[in-house]
Write a protein that binds this ligand. Structure first.
Ligand code: 3PG
Length: 408
């Protein structure tokens, strides 16, 4: 199932699904972590003499080309990271793609334009996806699945194409799954999970699961206000998912029964509006004024969270603690990042999951190697921890990976 089991790749056309969905400011890449993480597999295939055809998505275009979602800037950056030329095809399976593949020599790397410019990529029905998957498969001899960040998507380039070509799992997916397995199968304890980000509704499945596996759950970010509401606190103008309050009350009860410690912030940075220039103060968690919104956890909470992480042997973190992209609300996320760095230095396994958290730690000046592992998957890593079946992984098992091919 690994690339090495695909045999001699010299002269073979290898389609690689990578996750190159990077944040952009105009055409400037603001965090190239996913490109750097994807490069080793591409390089290894190129060095093995394959004609490497990389395919990926960017953002969520609705099945037609849109300039702002072009992968052109990513092709340029990928070339820099690889230290070799990358030919950019200006379409996915059309003339440009075919010409680039036909003229590729052994070791060359081609990047196809954004897969989601074609409606077949994300179509809901098998039939709609099949046509596009067939066209993609027609460009190549074998398929390598290396886009960990998309393995939870049942999409043409992730799922269907693996049923049409002999397929193998790429090195990045192998690494990511290996690390996440250590979290789900007998993690060293204490095991703490820090959850942040805007919405509690995105995290319900994973919280259900973590209440059975983790020892401590530290909650920050926009989702914390729904926890506050569940405790009867006023949250002012803060983000609140009123329809989730009962569910969260249930979590608090379950946590008590199971002996899982839920750690909530004790103070909050509350601002008059969602802006870096807004008037803001630190207020106790239970006293957010009616005309204020919480935009970060406060300094005492930063200290509390660091204390709760200091003796942990395993930590998973997903989601920023506040609106870190604005300087006045970045301290909570920085405090958690620093606590993870310190506990990593003491030998704990720390995993930062999710595009936002990964971008946050880099933007705050931390280096990737200060953490145990920075996952390229946001939704994918959460769904893995939830114990859900991930279509991009199960299809490789079903089709027998490297030795299989179409079973239909
Ligand atoms: C991500 O950013 O989590 C992955 O690239 C998947 O993107 P998607 O949520 O748009 O499918």
């Amino acid at each position: 199932q690994s690339i090495s089991e695909l045999g001699d790749l010299r002269g073979k056309r290898v389609l690689v699904r990578s996750d190159l969905n990077v944040p952009l400011d105009g055409s400037t890449i603001t965090d190239d972590g996913r490109i750097r993480a994807s490069a080793p597999t591409i390089k290894a295939l190129s060095e093995a003499g394959a004609r490497v055809i990389v395919c990926a998505h960017l953002g969520r275009p609705k099945g037609t080309p849109e300039d702002r979602y072009s992968l052109a800037p990513v092709a340029a950056r990928l070339g820099e990271v690889l230290g070799s030329d990358v030919t950019f095809a200006t379409d996915t399976v059309g003339e440009s793609a075919r010409a680039a593949v036909d003229s590729a020599r052994d070791g060359d790397v081609v990047l196809l334009e954004n897969l989601r410019f074609n409606a077949g990529e994300t179509a809901k029905t098998d039939e709609e996806r099949a046509e596009f998957a067939g066209q993609l498969a027609g460009l190549a001899d074998v398929f390598v699945s290396d886009g960990f960040g998309v393995v939870h998507r049942k999409q043409a380039s992730v799922y269907d194409v693996a049923r049409l070509l002999p397929s193998a799992v790429g090195g990045l997916v192998e690494t990511e799954v290996g690390v996440l397995k250590r979290l789900t199968e007998d993690p060293e304890r204490p095991y703490a999970v820090v959850l942040g980000g805007a919405k509690v509704s995105d995290k319900l499945g994973v919280i259900d699961n973590l209440l059975q596996t983790a020892d401590r759950l530290l909650i920050g970010g926009g989702m914390v206000f729904t926890f506050f509401a569940a405790q009867g606190y006023e949250v002012g103008k803060s983000l609140l998912e009123a329809d989730q309050v009962d569910k969260v009350k249930g979590y608090l009860d379950q946590a008590k029964e199971r002996g899982v410690e839920i750690v909530l912030p004790v103070d909050i940075v509350a601002a008059t509006e969602f802006s870096a220039d807004a008037e803001h103060d630190v207020v106790p968690a239970g006293a957010i004024p009616a005309d204020r919104m919480g935009l970060d956890i406060g300094p005492e909470s930063g200290v509390l969270f660091a204390e709760k992480l200091a003796d942990c042997r395993t930590v998973f973190w997903n989601g920023p603690m506040g609106a870190f992209e604005m300087e006045p609300y970045a301290a909570g996320t920085a405090a958690v990042a620093k606590a993870l760095v310190e506990v990593t230095a003491k030998g704990a396994l720390t995993v930062v999951g999710g595009g936002d958290s990964a971008a946050a730690v880099r933007q705050l000046g931390f280096e990737d190697d200060q953490f145990g592992h920075i996952s390229t998957g946001g939704g994918a890593s959460l769904e893995y921890l939830e114990g859900k079946e991930l279509p991009g992984l199960t299809v490789l098992d079903e089709t027998g990976g490297a030795t299989g091919g179409s079973d239909s």
